[in-house]
Design a protein around this ligand. Structure first.
Ligand code: ADP
Length: 633
């Protein structure tokens, strides 16, 4: 048999386009060809099990070999093979139309990068790296003859008698000059590991034995026998293909380590398994994150029938779960389309919802099963739960059940439990329940103590998302306000009806105010004299909750907040008119002495807010020493 022909085409110069624009993703040729070989192998298995193929299957595996001298890469399978007619149909027409379709889409696409690499080019991707491609194949069909197909990447092809004696197909690539990197063992192994590690048919990787068993080479040295690189590179039954009931914790942990060799053990995992209304399997792991969000996203790997596709799962996994690890395998996610199409895809939306629900169910289950263990994991889990509740309303409703608040005494409460706990004491005169929190319990200690002196509870909100979480809570919970413990004096934080009588007359209050206003030169300090309990500090410096929150958000780059970022800091200086020290200041005759004590009281206020630093701190220490010594300066 000898046949020549021209591949029917609509677009001239298709190969130059493929070569040029797929530059960055050339390596996928191997994924495509190995996938085809695996498909052909699966097909013969199916035919055999259906009784449509009666011959022996033999050892079913795919082999990838390379020959540096001949500059070839060969992908061989013992699949169903092709007859001459099938080659004409599948390779000359169908495969080619796939490539043509790519080029057509490519022409219309506004962003070429979106398309490249998402579009499985199939068989013709071979021409990205090869100047000539040869197929040697023998069909499983009775009486079939071996066939050879050959093309030099132009639109011409040759179809002749082949040499293959066993059922199956060899795809032989004659690697082009620019693609010689793919003749390196390490490069090929890297690509196989990336895309083919979990294919369902064993993949053997090795060099073609390229030298005579004995003899001498041109330089007269004895030829060394080529060391055979010979091993199966893949795990054909990764755990996501198995039934959860057949797996132990160890299996999941071992698989995690296979995926991420250097990672710490995961906290827990979720096995995904659904076949209606879409097909999806996978295992998602919760990694240990702690407070610092130092984890890179994009750790979830997306597979389609065990072929690795990408680790950019941005539109498939809900944003708040991007920090999870693991694998998702779904043939129902369209891979060869642009991003915007993906976002609008019905299956993708359903998958998103499904994953969110599964994560919610798992958290709820863990919470109910062993609350204590759940609390211990909370520092790691909390971040996901809060992020989810902030960004996803449905998840907020679910998360209400298992989100935990923890206080300065390291006790944990659900939202309902906490509301019950603080309602009796922390309801203000307008009926609002006030939650108090600290972002830095060490620094805010004096404020925490004065809140606790009134038996108020103080939450700890020191996580990177807590700022947003607090605002979100306030919006969601009825008649509840959340205030940082140092945003007011304990009495103003939760204003009650009972007022503390003032020791000072109005005139005296005005006079105290003047003393402090004259003494304080720092900008942005607004003095007010109030009657607090004598147990409170003589001077308390606070920043309004709203203002501070806006500033914090501006600092984190919150949209539309930059206005607040540029505002100067503004503080309230509350002078406690009922404190004995203030009385003493009033009773002094000497203006300088008055001012000196006022300065010190103010500095103490700054000090307990961690705001006294540098030269001011040095000055304060000096003044205190002189006051304690009793010297007059
Ligand atoms: P796709 O795999 O998406 O169908 P390809 O261009 O990769 O597109 O392949 C076209 C067709 O060629 C396949 O559907 C299959 O029928 C046939 N084919 C490709 N490679 C092989 C192979 N190794 N063995 C048998 N048939 C193959």
């Amino acid at each position: 048999m000898q046949e020549k022909g021209t591949i029917s085409i609509h677009t001239e110069n298709i190969f130059p386009i493929i070569k040029k624009f797929l530059y960055s993703d050339h390596e996928i040729f191997l994924r495509e060809l190995v996938s085809n070989a695996v498909d052909a192998t699966q097909k013969i298995k199916r035919l055999s099990s259906l009784g449509q193929y009666k011959g022996g299957l033999g050892e079913l595996r795919v082999e990838v070999a390379f020959d540096k001298d001949q500059k070839t890469i060969t992908i061989s399978d013992r699949g169903l093979g092709m007859t001459a007619d099938e080659i004409k149909k599948y390779i000359n027409q169908i495969a080619f139309s796939g490539a043509t379709e790519f080029v057509e889409k490519f022409k219309d696409s506004k962003d070429a990068n979106e398309l490249i690499g998402k579009f499985g080019l199939g068989f013709y991707s071979a021409f990205m790296v090869a100047e000539k491609v040869e197929i040697q194949t023998l069909s499983y069909q009775e009486g079939a003859a071996p066939v050879r197909w050959f093309s030099d990447g132009s639109t011409e092809f040759e179809l002749t008698d082949g040499t293959r004696s066993e059922r199956g197909t060899d795809i032989i690539l004659h690697v082009n000059a620019e693609s010689e990197e793919f003749l390196e063992e390490s490069r090929l192994r890297e690509i196989l590991n990336k895309y083919c590690s979990f294919l369902p048919v064993p993949i053997k990787f090795g060099t073609k034995s390229e030298s005579e068993p004995d003899g001498e080479d041109e330089e007269g040295k004895p030829k060394s026998k080529q060391v055979e690189v010979d091993n199966i590179i893949n795990n054909t039954t990764p755990i996501w293909t198995k039934s959860p009931s057949s797996l132990t914790d160890d299996d999941y942990i071992r698989f995690y380590q296979e995926l991420y060799p250097f990672a710490e053990e995961p906290l827990f995992w979720i096995h995904l398994n659904v076949d209606y209304p879409f097909n999806l399997t996978g295992v998602l792991y919760f990694p240990k994150v702690k407070k610092d969000m130092d984890l890179k996203p994009n750790k979830i790997k997306l597979f389609s029938r065990q072929v690795f596709i990408t680790d950019e799962v941005k539109d498939i996994v809900p944003e708040f779960l991007m920090l999870l690890h693991g694998v998702i395998d779904s043939p129902d996610i369209p891979l060869n389309v642009s991003r915007s199409f993906l976002q609008a895809d019905g299956n993708v939306k359903k998958i998103n919802t499904y994953i969110t629900k599964k994560v919610g169910d798992k958290l709820s289950e863990l919470y109910k099963k062993d609350r204590k263990a759940y609390e211990e994991k909370w520092p790691d889990i909390g971040l996901f739960v809060k992020y989810g509740m902030i960004t996803d309303d449905k998840f907020f409703d679910k998360g209400k059940e298992f989100v935990l608040l923890n206080n300065t005494k390291s006790e944990h409460f659900t939202l309902d439990e906490y509301a019950e706990k603080v309602k009796p004491l922390q309801t203000d005169k307008d009926g609002n329940v006030i939650y108090l929190y600290a972002t830095d319990p060490g620094k805010q200690d004096s404020f925490i103590q004065s809140a606790q002196a009134r038996s108020y509870d103080v939450l700890v909100m020191e996580g990177p998302l807590d700022n947003h979480f607090i605002s979100h809570l306030e919006r969601k919970l009825e008649k509840t306000q959340v205030k940082r413990v140092d945003s007011g004096t304990a009495d103003t934080l939760i204003s009650k009806d009972e007022t503390i009588a003032s020791v000072l007359t109005e005139d005296q209050q005005a006079s105290v105010k003047t003393v402090f206003e004259k003494t304080i030169t720092k900008p942005g300090m607004n003095v007010a004299v109030e009657s607090l309990s004598p147990d409170e500090l003589p001077v308390t410096i606070t920043m309004d909750e709203f203002m501070r929150r806006m500033k914090d958000m501006a600092a984190m780059g919150g949209g539309g907040m930059s206005f607040y970022g540029s505002m100067p800091d503004n503080y309230k200086v509350t002078v406690n008119g009922n404190h004995p020290l203030i009385n003493r200041i009033l009773s002094l005759e000497d203006e300088t002495e008055k001012s000196k004590l006022a300065r010190q009281a103010f500095d103490l206020g700054l000090l307990s807010q961690g705001m006294l630093t540098g030269a001011e701190l040095t000055e304060f220490v000096k003044n205190s020493v002189s006051t304690l010594t009793g010297s007059k300066n």
